[in-house]
Design a binder for this molecule. Structure first.
Ligand code: MN
Length: 433
C-alpha cells in the first residue's frame, strides 16, 4: 500500500483559513493531542491541530461524520485506546479529517467542533504506562564516550545492539512544566566522599519521542517488517539530566536518579502518515561497520526521519533585557540516528517484551556530526571545559536557575507542504521555587 493518499496533496487547502501557510499545522499535518478549555477545565479531550484551531474529536465523533467504530476511543481523555486501533484506522481517520477540513460543503457541520488554540490548555497526549530511553545518536555516544575513553569512545556492543534503559513514566510531563533542580549525591573527582546537594551540572538532552500504537503480546516479538505499523507517532522529548549525579551513580546499572526527576515532551503527536513525505533512506553505515543482525535488517527504503531540530536558550537576564533566544543547536534527526525507529521498536520487543499502546520511547540524544548540531550542554561545553558566551555576556557550561530551554522541530522536503512539531519548553527553578 502506498504511504501517500489525498491527505498528502500539497495543493489541498482548508476552509480553516489560519491553516493555509501555517508554519506548524497546515492541513497536511493533523497531529493529535489532548486538551482542555478554560470553560471545561476538567474535561480533557482528544483534538487535532489545524492552523490556530483545535478540532475537538470527542464532540465530532458524536456526530454522524465519523465512523461509529472510532467513537469510544476518540471520546476518552487520553490517546491510548485510539493508538491501539492501529495503522489502518489511523490512515482512514486522517483521510476523513483531511476531507472534512478541506471540503467547503462540510464547513457548516464541522465548524462548531473547532476550539481556538488560545482557549486550550495542553496535557500529556497519553497515559504513559512505560517509558524507555535509547541511545541511538551515534555522534552523541561518540562525543560522550570520548570524554571518558578518548581512544575507544564507542563500546563494542554499540554497532550490534540498539542500547537502551528503562526510564520512569511517572515523571514524564508536558511542555511548560517547571524544572525543579534535583538534589542528589555528587562527588568531585578529587573529593574523598560524596555529598548530597542540588545538582551543579544540570543539562538537557534533545531527543525525539516515539509513541507505540498497536502493542504486541508478551512473548511475541515484532518482526522488523511490521515495526512501522506499531508506531502511532512522534513528539519532541527533553531528557533532563543531572550530569554530576549521573557520573557518580551510573555504574554498574546505568541511569537512575540523574534522569528520572523529569522528562518533558511536546503536546502534539505527529503521525507517521504526516511524516511520509519527509522520510529518507537511512544513512549508509560507515565502511567496516557490521551489518545489522538479520532480525534488525530493516527492509524499509525510507526509514530515516527527515526532521530538522533546533534548541534555544533564554536566561533570566536575557528575558529581562528582551534579548532574542540564543540558538544552541540546529541539526537533523536522520543523520544523527544509527538505528531507525523501526529497529528500536523491533529490538525492544525482540525478547518478547510486550509494548503497549501509549508507551513512550526516547531515541537518545540526537547530535549531528557537525558541531552546530550538538544535543546537550555536556557536548557543547565539552563537559564544562569550554563554556559558551551568550549575547547577554553571561557564560554557561550547564543550566542555571531561570534558564528556559526550548526544543522545536520542523520538516521540509521538495514538493511537500512543510509541517512542524511545535515545541517543548522548560524553565529551571531553584530549590524552593
Ligand atoms: Mn536520554
Amino acid at each position: 500500500m502506498s504511504a501517500f493518499d489525498d491527505s498528502h496533496d500539497p495543493k489541498r487547502i482548508s476552509w480553516v483559513e489560519s491553516a493555509n501557510g501555517h508554519p506548524l499545522f497546515p492541513i497536511q499535518n493533523l497531529p493529535f493531542g489532548v486538551f482542555s478549555t478554560d470553560r471545561q477545565e476538567a474535561d480533557k479531550r482528544i483534538g487535532v491541530a489545524i492552523g490556530e484551531s483545535i478540532l475537538d474529536l470527542k464532540s465530532l465523533a458524536k456526530s454522524a461524520l465519523l465512523d461509529e467504530h472510532w467513537r469510544l476511543a476518540l471520546s476518552l481523555p487520553a490517546l491510548n485506546a485510539w493508538f491501539g486501533h492501529g495503522l489502518g484506522d489511523a490512515r482512514a481517520l486522517r483521510l476523513r479529517l483531511s476531507e472534512l477540513l478541506s471540503d467547503p460543503q462540510a464547513k457548516a457541520k464541522v465548524e462548531e467542533h473547532l476550539v481556538p488554540v488560545t482557549e486550550a490548555t495542553m496535557h500529556l497526549p497519553a497515559h504513559i504506562g512505560d517509558y524507555t530511553d535509547f541511545y541511538v545518536g551515534i555522534h552523541h555516544a561518540t562525543n560522550v564516550g570520548k570524554q571518558f575513553r578518548p581512544e575507544n569512545p564507542l563500546l563494542p556492543n554499540y554497532k550490534y545492539v540498539p542500547i537502551g534503559y528503562h526510564g520512569r513514566a511517572s515523571s514524564v510531563r508536558v511542555s511548560g512544566t517547571p524544572v525543579v533542580r534535583p538534589m542528589g549525591q555528587r562527588k568531585a573527582p578529587d573529593a574523598d566522599a560524596p555529598e548530597y546537594g542540588p545538582s551543579r551540572r544540570l543539562d538537557y538532552e534533545l531527543e525525539l519521542g516515539i509513541f507505540i500504537g498497536k502493542g504486541n503480546a508478551l512473548g511475541e516479538p515484532i518482526p522488523i517488517g511490521e515495526a512501522a505499523g506499531h508506531i502511532a507517532g512522534y513528539c519532541l522529548l527533553n531528557d533532563w539530566s543531572a550530569r554530576d549525579l549521573q557520573a557518580w551513580e551510573y555504574q554498574p546499572l546505568g541511569p537512575f536518579l540523574a534522569k528520572n526527576f523529569l522528562t518533558s515532551i511536546s503536546p502534539w503527536v505527529v503521525t507517521p502518515q504526516a511524516l511520509a513525505p519527509f522520510m529518507r533512506p537511512m544513512p549508509p553505515r560507515p565502511e567496516g561497520d557490521p551489518a545489522p543482525l538479520a532480525y534488525l535488517a530493516d527492509p524499509a527504503e525510507r526509514g530515516a526521519l527527515g526532521i530538522r531540530l533546533e534548541t534555544v536558550l533564554v536566561t533570566q537576564q536575557m528575558r529581562d533585557r528582551s534579548l532574542p533566544p540564543y540558538v544552541l543547536s540546529e541539526g537533523e534527526a536522520a543523520s544523527a540516528m544509527y538505528w531507525s525507529a523501526a529497529q528500536i521498536v523491533t529490538h525492544h520487543a525482540s525478547n518478547g517484551c510486550n509494548l503497549q499502546p501509549g508507551d513512550l520511547i526516547g531515541t537518545g540524544t540526537l547530535s549531528t556530526d557537525d558541531p552546530r548540531g550538538l544535543g546537550s550542554l555536556l557536548e557543547i561545553s565539552q563537559g564544562g571545559k569550554a563554556p559558551i558566551t551568550l549575547p547577554s555576556g553571561e557564560t554557561r557550561s550547564f543550566l542555571e536557575d531561570g534558564d528556559e530551554l526550548t526544543l522545536s522541530a520542523r520538516c521540509e522536503a521538495p514538493g511537500a507542504v512543510p509541517i512542524g512539531f511545535g515545541w517543548v519548553s522548560g524553565r529551571v527553578e531553584g530549590l524552593g521555587g
